[in-house]
Design a protein around this ligand. Structure first.
Ligand SMILES: [Zn+2]
Ligand SMILES: [Zn+2]
Length: 132
């Protein structure tokens, strides 16, 4: 799977399938994306590489864990996210894929923050907060 930001300065490539994929309806994702939810895929760091300059913004997530969003300083696309330092995983936002049809959501999380106007087709397992 390959993708990148709107202007093309940031590029990434994953050599294996994601561990998890889904929709996150948390307020942080709503603010960061300007929409009702983010479309996330989580990859093992060893299966993932990226290039191009990124700027980062860190917050403490609702779960209490650090959450860092990484975006292109030129076009502002939020391409990646990561957790605590040393956590060997990358979150990729699926709208940045070269072929977004490769995204297969498996769950909807943080649905307690989901808005009435943001319902998507299909039946997915739902978690009102962060699953296990
Ligand atoms: Zn860009
Ligand atoms: Zn979220």
């Amino acid at each position: 799977m390959k993708g990148g930001c709107l202007c093309g300065s940031v590029r990434y490539e994953a050599s294996a399938a994601p561990l998890h994929s889904g929709f996150c309806h948390c307020r942080d994702c709503q603010r960061a994306t300007g929409t009702g939810h983010s479309c996330y895929m989580i990859f093992e760091a060893r299966d993932f590489s990226h290039s191009g300059e990124l700027r980062s913004y860190a917050v403490v997530a609702e779960s209490g864990a650090p959450s860092v969003r990484h975006f292109c300083p030129t076009c502002g696309s939020t391409v990646l996210a990561s957790g605590a330092p040393g956590e060997e995983r990358w979150t990729v936002f699926a709208g940045t894929l070269d072929d977004p049809s490769e995204f297969v959501p498996e769950a909807a999380i943080m649905t307690r923050s989901r808005q009435r106007w943001d319902h998507v087709q299909g039946e997915l397992p739902e978690f009102s907060c962060m699953p296990g």
